[in-house]
Design a protein around this ligand. Structure first.
Ligand code: LMR
Length: 443
């Protein structure tokens, strides 16, 4: 989940220097009526109003309408891409919900390449939910981003109504209801983890500020770029106007991996595994909880009696799955990460099945487990499907589980000290201990 495209922050960091920002924010308004539309010449207009377009039933060329009689200059759009469509004008789209804006950073990377087409297909937010995709990339990746936008156009997804691409989070995050923050820098050879935390922290501080300034006030933010827990913490600290509860670090991939390993050992299909919690950091200290998980509704420890395997083999296989995959595949997980992002979103926008829960890295303030406050920590959650969640209260703990959770908590507290300069907590002091902890992919 680490190696993706990097967006350039506006701040000057000791590590990253932003050259002149490319003010490209091409707006591609996509429609399933594309084939029937005539390409219109660019609309040169002068003031601050919307240009909209009604598509007639008989597939004639759309008519551009200037709302309020005023016109607008939009030098970055051209021809048909400047047009928007009246979704209520056609039978097929009349009952659709209001369009939502979804930002994706690292949009030209591998994970996004799997994710964007799932989002656009309607399989994530539903078949009556039109979406606009706001794609954030780096200056280096802008050509690739245009290629991504072209492929999205060519896919003729009916629900995909807009695509914007850009390199400036303050433009791209405008009014977004979801921000999927995938872009981050991977740890290079010889790079200290402290440096990685700082480099990526700068990006997520900047993106937090941008979200705070221009996103929808109730935006849901899912941080995927590693180290995702601490990046999510930095992001939320820089976005004080957005509820801290709305920020997530992706640990759903770890949950899915854990379910798969338990299913394999028990000789059942993975849909029989439920109540799977990942506690803590998305790193090699994460704790896949076999005490509370169930197989066919029964406690895992009753079904799998090899408890040594659960404590050692199972736990390690989940913690290090990302690294093993890199060894085999030669690159970081991308498709399964994209699938787990979809799962994570769906868990928030659909009600959690009775008696079950899901894992996500969320803000620890007010948690009932005694985990230190002011961290982003993976914990068990339930949702009614409104995009929000509650922490699950009735979970069991034993000494093994408590000790393991404490280790991951200590790691996150140490990471937090390294980024104090980015969270408003004073001067950073970075001591990650003699054994440098790792991301799953770094094993
Ligand atoms: C994963 O879990 O597969 C990734 O986070 C690994 C990585 O570091 O890219």
């Amino acid at each position: 989940m680490a190696m993706t495209e990097l967006s350039t922050p506006k701040t000057t960091s000791p590590f990253l220097h932003s050259s002149s920002r490319l003010s490209l924010s091409s707006k591609l308004h996509l429609s399933n009526q594309f084939r029937h539309l005539q390409l219109l010449p660019p609309l040169h207009t002068t003031s601050n109003s919307k240009i909209s377009c009604s598509v007639s039933q008989n597939n004639q060329a759309p008519v551009a309408v200037q709302e309020n009689g005023l016109a607008k200059t939009k030098k970055e759009c051209y021809g048909v891409f400047c047009l928007t469509y009246d979704l209520k004008a056609e039978e097929e789209t009349k009952s659709w919900k209001k369009m939502i804006n979804i930002a994706v950073s690292g949009a030209a990377g591998m994970i996004s390449n799997h994710l964007l087409f799932k989002l656009a297909s309607g399989s994530v937010f539903g078949p009556d939910q039109p979406i606009a995709l706001k794609l954030l990339g780096s200056e280096r990746s802008i050509q690739a981003l245009e290629g991504v936008a072209m492929e999205l156009e060519d896919s003729l997804f009916p629900l995909l109504r807009e695509v914007d691409i850009g390199t400036d989070p303050y433009e791209v995050f405008q009014d977004v209801e979801w921000a999927l923050l995938i872009g981050a820098k991977p740890r290079g050879p010889g790079m200290e983890r402290a440096a990685l935390l700082d480099i990526n922290g700068q990006i997520f501080a900047e993106q937090g500020k941008a979200l705070n300034a221009v996103a929808s006030p109730n935006v849901k933010v899912l941080v995927v770029g590693n180290p995702c827990n601490t990046n999510a913490l930095i992001c939320l600290k820089n976005a004080p106007n957005i509820p801290a509860k709305n920020f997530h670090a992706l640990t759903r991939l770890d949950e899915n991996r854990a379910k798969c390993q338990l299913a394999l050992k028990a000789g059942v299909f993975y849909d029989k595994v439920s109540n799977m919690t990942i506690w803590g950091n998305h790193s090699t200290t994460q704790v896949p909880d076999f005490l509370n998980a169930r197989i066919n509704g029964r406690p895992v420890k009753e079904v799998i009696t090899d408890h040594k395997w659960l404590e050692e083999g199972f736990t390690e296989s989940v913690q290090k799955r990302g690294g093993l995959l890199i060894q085999k595949w030669g690159r970081s997980s991308a498709a399964s990460t994209a699938v787990s992002i979809v799962d994570a979103i769906k868990s928030l926008v659909t009600p959690t099945p009775e008696g079950d829960w899901f894992s996500t890295g969320v803000y620890t303030n007010g948690n009932p487990y005694g985990i230190a406050k002011d961290l982003v920590f993976s914990m068990p959650c339930r949702s009614t499907g409104d995009g929000d969640y509650e922490l699950v209260k009735d979970v069991e703990f034993d000494d093994y589980l408590r000790n393991r959770i404490a280790k991951s908590e200590a790691e996150l507290l140490a990471e937090k000290k390294c980024v104090a300069h980015l969270t408003g907590d004073g001067i950073a002091f970075c001591d990650l201990g003699p054994v440098d902890t790792m991301l799953p992919g770094e094993v």
